[in-house]
Design a protein around this ligand. Structure first.
Ligand code: NAP
Length: 313
């Protein structure tokens, strides 16, 4: 049994990961921004990663494993709050890695896994992307994640067991509505039930590599349990457009003429958005034995069904 610390334990991935680790019998600690955020079976510490202090928490908890999932996770929000994004997504990782190094040097080895992102590749230099694709972010979110991703390699070189999972978009009914996928499925459900008239979106042409969030929590666990620390692209290898997602979601609720209710707005477009992201997870498959369990349609259907079920009580 290990003592585990998950930052961002109340988020989409943190909650799935915590459930898996609690079920395995580990002692699970997690950080949350608010004291009323409870996670069954885990001890929650209220910490704002924008402030110094996460390193001290790592030193006092003395975990065997650290999963760094807390983040300003929306690219859109990172343009509104770039300094906050740098602090939470970048500087906090530096504090944690320094604390892991202190513990390791004091004879308590710690394994650290970073939730990195496809956004470190910005507008990617190649398709599909691999662990060696050029890192050249095009958003404050991507830049902060690139800094943390680089630090993982720096501290790995300094003797810390540190791995990084370059996660592509992954979705579930736990995805907040500020993200386009959940905005689409929640709106499709409300429109189908007559509770909303229209859905306004930004670009319909952007193509993303969408996976199933619990699979990505699995990948983080596998990366942490590998023989050696390394970087891994975690992706399905298949990209779909936002338009594909819209069509699939509305089809699931029985609306085939989705164009009659969906509009696009220039105001929702993001600067520097990649036209296409698609990852090659061959390295994760070969070393970790990881592969996605759900495909695109199954993911959309699961999200729409959960949104309909929530409305229907
Ligand atoms: P999420 O649902 O947005 O969860 C992020 C967590 O970070 C939340 O628990 C949030 O707390 C916490 N957090 C935010 N600001 C904080 C702060 N100042 N101090 C302490 N905690 C803070 O994100 P996710 O989808 O689970 O993603 C997990 C990780 O994977 C993130 O690092 C994300 O950037 C990365 N990633 C995700 C995807 C994806 O498609 N989901 C893709 C690539 C990389 P509150 O809920 O209280 O705000």
């Amino acid at each position: 049994m290990s003592r585990v610390l998950i930052t961002g334990i109340t988020g989409q991935d943190g909650s799935y990961l915590a459930e898996q680790l609690v079920a395995e019998g580990h002692e699970v600690h997690g950080t949350a921004l608010r004291s009323d955020d409870a996670v069954a079976g885990a001890e929650v510490h209220v910490v704002d990663l924008a402030q110094p202090g996460i390193g001290d928490l790592v030193r006092s908890v003395e975990p065997d494993e650290v999963y760094n999932l807390a983040a300003v996770s929306s690219v859109f929000q990172s343009w509104q709050q770039p300094a906050l994004t740098a602090a939470v997504n970048g500087v906090a990782a530096a504090e944690m890695l320094a604390a892991c190094r202190d513990l390791t040097e004091a004879g308590h080895p710690v394994r650290f896994v970073q939730a990195s992102s496809a956004e470190i590749f910005g507008v990617p230099s190649e398709i599909p992307q691999t662990e060696s694709t050029a890192i050249r972010p095009t958003s404050p979110y991507g830049a902060a994640k690139a800094y943390a991703h680089s630090l993982v390699n720096v501290y790995r070189g300094a003797g810390v067991w540190a791995a990084s999972c370059i996660l592509y978009n992954h979705e579930s009914p736990r995805r907040p509505e500020q993200f386009v996928t959940r905005k689409i499925t929640a709106s499709a459900a409300r429109i189908a039930r007559g509770l909303q008239e229209r859905l306004e979106l930004g670009s319909l042409s952007a193509r993303r590599d969408w996976g199933w969030a619990p699979d990505y929590a699995d990948a983080l666990r596998l990366a942490l349990r590998a023989d050696e620390p390394d970087d891994y692209v975690i992706a399905t290898g298949v990209s779909h457009s936002v338009e594909d997602f819209v069509a699939a979601a509305f089809s699931r609720v029985g609306i085939d003429d989705w164009r009659s209710v969906v509009t696009t707005s220039e105001g929702l477009l993001r600067p520097g958005d990649a036209p296409q992201q698609v990852g090659d997870a061959t390295h994760a498959r070969d070393v970790l034995g990881w592969s996605p369990t759900l495909g695109f349609s199954e993911i959309v259907d699961a999200m729409v069904d959960a949104d309909l079920a929530a409305l229907d009580g």
